[in-house]
Design a protein around this ligand. Structure first.
Ligand code: ADP
Ligand code: MG
Length: 575
């Protein structure tokens, strides 16, 4: 039975309540503690009322960053993050983040005010006219509009349930201005609000699917477990660890699953990634999709004869890329519990030859990596700069890490180890740029812990103005801009005019001076030592900081590790 919420306060009028108040109270009834957004017509009072009701409101400079923050909050807490935007343009700015959250399976709700329906629908030209509900639908898991104030409680509850249950995703909730401003009797308003019971119910896997998966694992000669960010999201850390350790199977974390088991865990095969993907004969995917990040399950990256077990909450994900021999559909926490319960002692054993092969490859790759990390490079390159950061973060394992860029992301993922679950946020499933400051702000707000954002100079530009937000809220975020003066690289020359080449940004930029304008601390770092010292000082101070890390413009490669995806001209360009 749903429980009605008692004691919610009402409109100043006493006998009446309004749409603003009902929305804030409905959010509170659904356990919302923080809201990210940008105010303006018609939602400004919604943020004010929410603040008055004890919801923390974090105001951004642009809606996309607010949306990314809300999405990250959803991933980090397991409850839908909330993003508040104004109508049409603000709504559309937020929509990129909402679509990105849906793609990444993060629970988030974008609440946007909207203009007059009767004028919009006849396209008569309203202020910020747009059919927002229709625009949102293709990019979201679900989209709702509330047309009457007495439906606000239901609308919010439906949005929360849609965002958080099953495969999480982005939900759009449209609140027209006249609904926000409408008044209804306070009693009726109170009676319309309720606390939904169990908004994200567990999904228990079928017992025969569990048995089938274990039978397949038992036959494996070269088994592999791939942990994805769905596994991190599931908060089944201990259950996953016990299954991995009980079976002795090597595991590979996808980037946002790093730290679910510590990267120095003896069963991590991360440093032998190509080998294990190519050689595994039975692969257990736990909350990871066989999308482009895993070469769509195709050979030669994978063995054509490999058989897959896929643990996922979404039944439609199974067979999306190659046939899955043993689907296990359920939430990961429940699946892990059932697998552990059903696993007979000695049922799964990993042949020593498999581990020998993996260990040999790890030793070879670690030696190669060590040489790159310790090379003398002046100016710094991606490896030497990241080694400096790694050494500092090794002593600060509580730090949340945000990472975006091309080479900055590719090198960062490999070089900086993680030791705690859900402490790494990055470009994710879309490979999107612009998540950096939003993710960093949410990580700091939701965790209260320090955050380090390692940003390519181009990536930083997409959300860089949010350093003012970081300073305004005094957040312990250290942004390190990897300034190589360009998208991918900064050394391209345009042979045709005085204009810079398309990939070039100003390498002389002093990004550190930007944050000084808002009262934060800036550092310029030209060497790994300077970078390490600046980062240590910033983490000790716990204050908003930006480090301009000067990287060799010739370092890195076009499109980073995705060079193969970059369509290049087959004809020689005219010089
Ligand atoms: P990665 O990029 O790390 O490989 P993906 O985002 O591709 O991860 O895959 C995550 C998968 O996890 C999605 O298919 C999603 O349906 C699934 N998932 C998310 N949460 C859960 C959960 N609690 N239980 C089971 N599966 C989940
Ligand atoms: Mg760059």
């Amino acid at each position: 039975m749903s429980q009605h919420v008692a004691g919610l306060s009402t409109h100043p009028d006493g006998a009446l309540t309004d749409g603003f108040t009902l929305t804030a109270d409905a959010l509170r009834a659904n356990g919302v503690g923080t809201m990210y957004g940008v105010v303006g017509i018609p939602v400004t009072d919604l943020a004010r009322v929410a603040q008055a009701r004890g919801i923390r409101y974090i105001g951004f400079r642009q809606e996309q960053a607010a949306g990314h923050a809300a999405a990250a909050a959803g991933f980090l807490t397991g409850r839908p993050g909330i993003c508040l935007t104004v109508s049409a343009p603000g709504f559309l700015n937020g929509l990129v983040a909402l679509a990105n959250a849906t793609t990444n399976c993060f629970p988030v709700i974008q609440i946007s005010g909207s203009s007059q329906r009767s004028v919009i629908d006849l396209q008569q030209g309203d202020y910020e006219e747009l059919d927002q509900l229709a625009a949102a639908k293709p990019f979201t898991k679900a989209a709702f509009r509330v047309d009457r104030p007495q439906d606000i409680g239901l609308g919010v509850a439906r949005a929360v349930r849609a965002a958080a249950s099953g495969r999480p995703g982005g939900v759009y909730l449209d609140l027209p201005a006249d609904v926000l401003g409408a008044t209804i009797p306070a009693d009726a308003g109170r009676a319309s609000l309720f606390q939904p019971v169990d908004p994200a119910p567990v999904q228990i896997p079928a017992p025969d699917s569990v048995a089938r998966a274990l039978d397949l694992l038992a036959e494996a000669k070269r088994p592999l477990i791939v942990l994805g960010k769905g596994a991190a999201y599931a908060r089944a850390d201990e259950a996953i660890r016990s299954l991995v350790e009980a079976t002795g199977i090597p595991f590979l974390p996808m980037s946002m699953a790093k730290g679910l088991l510590p990267d120095d865990h003896p069963q991590s095969a991360a440093a032998a990634r190509s080998l294990v993907l190519g050689q595994a004969d039975v692969v257990m995917l736990i909350g990871a999709r066989l999308n482009w990040l895993l070469d769509n399950g195709r050979s030669p990256r994978w063995s054509a004869s490999a058989r897959f077990i896929q643990v996922d909450v979404d039944p439609a994900e199974i067979d999306s890329n190659r046939p899955i021999a043993a689907p296990v559909v359920g939430d990961i926490a429940s699946v892990m519990a059932e697998l552990t319960r059903a696993l007979r002692s000695g049922q799964v054993a990993v042949p020593a030859a498999w581990w020998d092969q993996i260990r040999e490859r790890i030793a070879r790759n670690v030696a190669k990596m060590h040489a790159r990390l310790t090379a003398e490079a002046r100016p710094m390159n991606f490896s030497t700069a990241l080694r400096a950061i790694r050494d500092v973060l090794d002593d600060r394992r509580d730090v949340y890490l945000v990472n975006e860029g091309a080479n900055t992301l590719d090198f960062g993922r490999d070089i900086v180890p993680m030791y705690q679950p859900r402490h790494r946020l990055d470009s994710g499933t879309w490979g999107v740029m612009g998540v950096g400051m939003g993710y960093a702000i949410a990580a700091a707000v939701e965790s209260g812990k320090p955050v380090v954002a390692i940003e390519g100079d181009s990536a930083f530009g997409f959300s860089g103005m949010e350093i003012e937000t970081i300073c305004r809220y005094h957040l312990p975020v250290v942004t390190v801009v990897f300034n190589n003066g360009g998208i991918y690289k900064g050394d391209e020359v345009n042979a045709h005019s005085a204009d810079p080449a398309p990939t070039v940004l100003l390498h002389s930029s002093r990004y550190d001076k930007l944050i000084a304008a808002f009262g934060g601390t800036g550092y310029q770092a030209d060497t790994p030592d300077e970078l390490g010292h600046a980062l240590r000082a910033a983490l000790d101070a716990g204050q908003p900081t930006l480090i301009n890390a000067v990287i060799d413009p010739a370092a890195g490669t076009e499109s980073g590790h995705l060079a193969g995806m970059n369509v290049t001209r087959s004809l020689q360009p005219a010089r």
